[in-house]
Write a protein that binds this ligand. Structure first.
Ligand code: ADP
Ligand code: MG
Length: 589
């Protein structure tokens, strides 16, 4: 019960949400202080206008009727009018300050959250991002941080100002006349009751809508990426149907949200109208009884009039808060997830000497239970070209991904020059491994930028030679020579300037340019023509003279060139051959 009440009351949500945003907000303390000052100023101006108007009215009325003013106004009319003019100008200025400062604060808080999220996502295991898919993560990135931004820029400041104004209105009214003041106070429990009753529906609808929207964007992201498959199979009509279904769900949940929100708004508007009528009646009685001066009746009217828009704003703010709360919750959940190497800073760097990689009795199961590797052992050393062969699904890619520890073995260990890879810093381990798969992407940029992507420090004189050598090995020099813009040709996944095989060469050059002592290639030759495969195999053979090279391949030239071939099947190594044996068998076949 207690928990339910907590959930239902606006204030608790706000405190919780703000406490989660606070780490990103606290650097903005100076700006926040200025916003607070502007807000306070605005409140004072907002409240003093009706008081001044009432004072002026009271003075006029008393002068006309020749009676003593009930509450003596100290200022004459000219001063009051001058003050009203100043107040109007001040109001404009303060409003500008408040809005622009809070707007900037919101933007900066959202940017800081995106930074944190990005840093964190990069630390997560590959499995994490693969499982969620880029669609979902992007929604989180953009819309969640935006909801927080909206809360900080608009909602929060407005709420604080509104609360201050409500307190002010009640205080001034009570000061002018106790009964009228008490009448207004009635509004508070009434609105609280309405929120307590109706807000849970708004909350639920808001959550559902967001959830459905995320599903729709994830779906569209996937289908847009695979649009060619949709077209070739002629599934546009079915996909349109599916999208329509998802879309209607968004609309129906959104409609539910609109109706729940409107209910809340309507009920609050009704409550305000009732309370206003009541207090106005009370005020009229009090004037008649001589306990409230006629001039200040104007003040009461004006002050009570301030309440209606405030209550409406609070119902809207409620929505902003809801969205932000869901977002902040999701962001907090994401950020709380354990990174792939929690103790990274304390782990020693891996030291390479012989370049001896040994996989010792390794088994691996995917989180869904698929046993992909079973008691696999193999060694690769500098000076040897090692090839993994075997049918699709044999476990080659899985095994290769264990080397840079994109995954952890369930059993057994992987040792590099006597050091268990599980006990060294991931960063140092990966900086020693060049890793290329058949679908490693290019990034938006020139060929030069892509090839030098993995090079540490700046591309200085010393590395110039390294780049040329990598380019030669990967056959990128040839490619570059055939392009009118050469090294400066812009390539990107989106534009498809290059063929698949050409892209593979650039990606390979990128791995080689960083000059890592261990090279791991997963079916990299697959998109190359047979002539290029042969050249590549020869190049790899040469490369293997001073590096440890492990490749999974279906390429015949590569198999022939290998010093050692491991044949895999169903997650096990079923055969290990020296090159002579392979050659003999192939010749025999
Ligand atoms: P290969 O590279 O030899 O073709 P893989 O290493 O990609 O084989 O796959 C080995 C086995 O693991 C296959 O049975 C495949 O279905 C399974 N597998 C691969 N990736 C995953 C994954 N992310 N989740 C569950 N099972 C997977
Ligand atoms: Mg594979």
């Amino acid at each position: 019960m207690k928990q339910r009440i907590q959930q239902r009351i606006l204030r608790f949500q706000l405190v919780e949400t703000l406490s989660r945003i606070w780490p990103y907000l606290k650097q903005e303390r100076r700006r926040l202080l200025l916003v607070a000052a502007a807000t306070l100023g605005l409140t004072v101006v907002e409240l003093s206008i009706p008081i001044l108007v009432g004072g002026s009215g009271e003075r006029l009325l008393s002068e006309l009727s020749g009676r003593q003013p009930t509450t003596a106004p100290v200022l004459d009319n000219r001063t009051i009018i001058a003050l009203l003019a100043v107040g109007a100008l001040l109001r404009g200025y303060l409003l500008y300050q408040q809005r622009s400062l809070s707007g900037q604060t919101g933007q900066r808080v959202a940017a800081r959250m995106r930074d944190a999220l990005w840093v964190h996502l990069q630390k997560m295991p590959l499995e994490y991002t693969r499982r969620r898919g880029p669609g979902r993560l992007l929604v989180r990135f953009i819309s969640d941080t935006k909801a927080v931004q909206r809360l900080v820029s608009q909602g929060m400041v407005q709420l604080i100002q509104d609360v201050l104004v409500v307190i002010g209105v009640i205080a001034v009214l009570t000061y002018l006349n106790l009964l009228v003041g008490l009448g207004t106070i009635l509004l508070l429990p009434l609105v609280a009751l309405i929120f307590w009753r109706m807000n849970p529906r708004v909350q639920k609808a808001s959550r559902d809508t967001r959830h459905r929207r995320t599903r729709l964007s994830a779906y569209m992201n996937e289908r847009l990426t695979g649009l060619a498959a949709v077209k070739i199979h002629g599934r546009q009509r079915e996909e349109a149907k599916r999208a329509r279904k998802l879309n209607r769900k968004v609309a129906s949940r959104g409609g539910r949200l609109a109706s729940a929100g409107a209910q809340l708004q309507g009920a609050s508007a009704g409550a305000v109208a009732l309370v206003t009528t009541l207090t106005l009646a009370l005020a009229a009685e009090e004037v008649a009884a001589g306990r409230l001066s006629a001039g200040y009746l104007v003040t009461s009217y004006a002050l009570i009039g301030l309440l209606a828009p405030i209550v409406q704003r609070i119902t809207i703010f409620n929505r902003t808060l809801q969205e932000a709360q869901i977002s902040v919750e999701r962001l907090a959940q994401t950020l709380a997830e354990e990174p792939e190497s929690p103790q990274e800073a304390e782990l020693p760097e891996v030291e390479l000497s012989e370049g001896l990689v040994s996989v010792e009795g390794v088994s691996f199961s995917y989180p869904d239970g698929t046993l992909a590797l079973e008691d696999v052992s193999l060694t690769a050393r500098r000076g040897e070209l090692v090839a993994l062969v075997g049918p699709n699904g044999a476990g080659k890619s899985t095994l290769l991904e264990l080397l840079p520890r994109f995954r952890q073995p369930s059993n057994g260990r992987i040792v590099i020059d006597g050091q268990d890879t599980a006990a060294v810093s991931l960063e140092s381990l990966r900086s020693n491994i060049g890793f290329v798969t058949q679908d490693t992407p290019l990034f938006d940029g020139t060929i030069t930028e892509n090839v030098t992507y993995g090079m540490r420090g700046d591309a200085s004189e010393a590395s110039e030679e390294q780049i040329r050598q990598a380019a030669r090995l990967a056959g990128v020099d040839e490619l570059v020579a055939s392009l009118p813009e050469g090294w400066e040709t812009k390539v990107s996944e989106g534009r498809r300037m290059l063929s698949r095989g050409q892209r593979q060469r650039v990606v390979l050059a990128r791995a080689l340019a960083a000059d890592p002592p261990i090279i791991v290639l997963d079916e990299v030759g697959s998109a190359l023509d047979i002539e290029t495969q042969r050249t590549l195999a020869e190049q790899l053979r040469m490369l293997a003279q001073h590096k440890t090279v492990i490749l999974a391949t279906h390429s015949m030239p590569a198999m022939l060139m290998a010093d050692r071939v491991y044949k895999m099947e169903g997650g096990r190594i079923v055969e290990e051959d020296r090159d002579e044996a392979v050659l003999t068998r192939l010749e025999g076949a």
